[in-house]
Design a protein around this ligand. Structure first.
Ligand SMILES: *Cc1c(COP(=O)(O)O)cnc(C)c1O
Length: 432
């Protein structure tokens, strides 16, 4: 069931009219559906049910405390990339023992914090990092569980800024070097070799790259498992979602819209990977981010002006690239729909924000209903890499966030006050 859908002429999120939220809480506003979060988590969890598996939500995609609590309540662990994220896990009521720690730049202080909290595994991206983890663990008289992130050198067929599994980028350790690194790490007294990890990129909508990389890494994993009594193999995240118009087509779910035709689903993903992973006899970890939260969020915005110049129809809205950078950063597509359905012929429009950058647009030359000042719109599928990448560029306060469950709606992040933007800033003493 599509949790963002029209009831009559009004866009609803679950049992709540989105326009009522815009009126009550103002715009720009992020709105999340709790049911979509739970549903997408469960779809994946169910698809993997026949495997000993554990899902670690990649919280960098959306780290709102309530979003995380919903997922922790579903049994999720978390894939963290900083000590700050691990502190958030604790603040959200999650369990550090169900967490893995990724990232290429872990500091000594971060390693110490994670060790003290009992992290399940450090997913290591270089040999100096393993040496450092061993050193910190020795100082704390602890044993640090680690996995090495294997770079399988497989192209993920996705946007250049979100591909990670080839030797062109900074992530992981080259496939050919992994065995020797495990052998050396095994000699370090305060290191426990717990698993193997890989992650090839993001927004991957076909099974082939996953299948190819698992097939490539599998013999190595088997070999390492035999030598070092490993517990787990993490196959990373990266599962893509449907961004293309699902709602406008009248589809009742993301998965049965025309745009979703041929796209990988949890079922097709599992069908290809389970037969490969089953015989391994290891716990399988997954680190999905976008798949779980992407479709669960919308960015709601209000039209400030409509400006016609030459051939262009600019719809200028009160959200901007500082609220949602994906179109500017990744050329990303977001379906844009009015909160109240409009009649009339569509006109080719550019929806743009007010930030002083020509890259600040949400769509270009897209046929949209004729819009006017005060109309409200939703940018769909903005739940992943949306709010978390927001900034206060142009001294624009961070948007508010609202969580909806059935007929309930609650603010899960207050709108930032302008004075909070320069909190901690000072005029230097000699300027006074
Ligand atoms: C970002 C990231 C993920 C999540 O990626 P999605 O595309 O959001 O699923 C998983 N694992 C690692 C190591 C990551 O860096």
């Amino acid at each position: 069931m599509h949790d963002f859908r029209y009831v009559g002429n009004q866009l609803f999120c679950e049992g709540v009219s989105v326009d009522s939220l815009a009126r009550k809480f103002g715009t720009p506003l992020y709105v999340y559906s709790q049911h979509t979060l739970e549903d997408h988590f469960k779809k994946l969890d169910t698809a993997l049910a026949s495997l000993d598996h554990h899902i670690c939500f990649a919280m960098k995609a959306n780290s709102n405390l309530s979003v995380m609590r919903v997922l922790a309540n579903c049994g999720s662990g978390f894939d963290v990339v900083s000590a700050g994220e691990l502190q958030r896990v604790i603040a959200a009521g999650g369990d550090p023992k169900k967490c893995v720690f990724a990232g290429v730049a872990k500091s000594e202080a971060e390693i110490e914090f994670a060790l003290r909290k009992g992290i399940y595994s450090f997913n290591c991206e270089s040999e100096p990092e393993i040496v450092r983890i061993n050193k910190v663990a020795a100082r704390l008289k602890k044993i640090a569980p680690i996995a090495v992130r294997v770079n399988p050198n497989v192209a993920a067929k996705t946007h250049a800024k979100i591909t990670t599994g080839t030797y062109e980028n900074k992530f992981g350790i080259a496939f050919e070097e992994v065995e020797a690194i495990y052998a050396r790490a095994n000699k370090l007294k305060n290191i426990q070799l717990r698993g193997v990890q890989m992650h090839i990129g993001s927004q991957i909508t076909e099974t082939t790259p996953f299948e190819l990389s698992v097939k490539k890494v599998l013999p190595l994993v088997q070999q390492l498992k035999a030598k070092y009594a490993l517990e787990f193999f993490s196959i990373g995240g990266g599962l893509g979602i449907v961004y293309e118009p699902a709602l406008a087509s009248g589809a009742t779910s993301w998965w049965n819209s025309p745009a979703a035709k041929g796209i990988m689903t949890p079922a097709t993903y599992a069908a290809k990977l389970l037969p490969l992973l089953q015989p391994l006899g290891l716990k399988i970890l997954m680190e999905p981010g976008r798949f779980i939260v992407g479709n669960a969020g919308a960015l709601v915005t209000k039209v400030e002006y409509v400006k016609r110049t030459g051939k262009k129809n600019f719809v200028i809205v009160d959200a901007a690239m500082n609220d949602l950078i994906r179109p500017a950063f990744y050329d990303a597509y977001h379906e844009i729909v009015p909160l109240k359905k409009k009649g009339g012929a569509p006109i080719s429009s550019d929806v743009v924000g007010g930030v002083c950058e020509s890259g600040d647009y949400f769509c270009k030359d897209r046929p949209l209903a004729k819009l006017g000042e005060g109309d409200t719109l939703a940018l769909l599928s903005a739940g992943a890499y949306g709010f978390v990448m927001a900034s206060t560029y142009n001294t624009r306060p961070l948007a508010a966030e609202v969580l909806v469950s059935g007929k309930n709606a609650g603010v899960v992040r207050e709108r930032q006050k302008v004075v909070e933007i320069w909190k901690g800033e000072k005029v230097a003493a000699w300027l006074k």
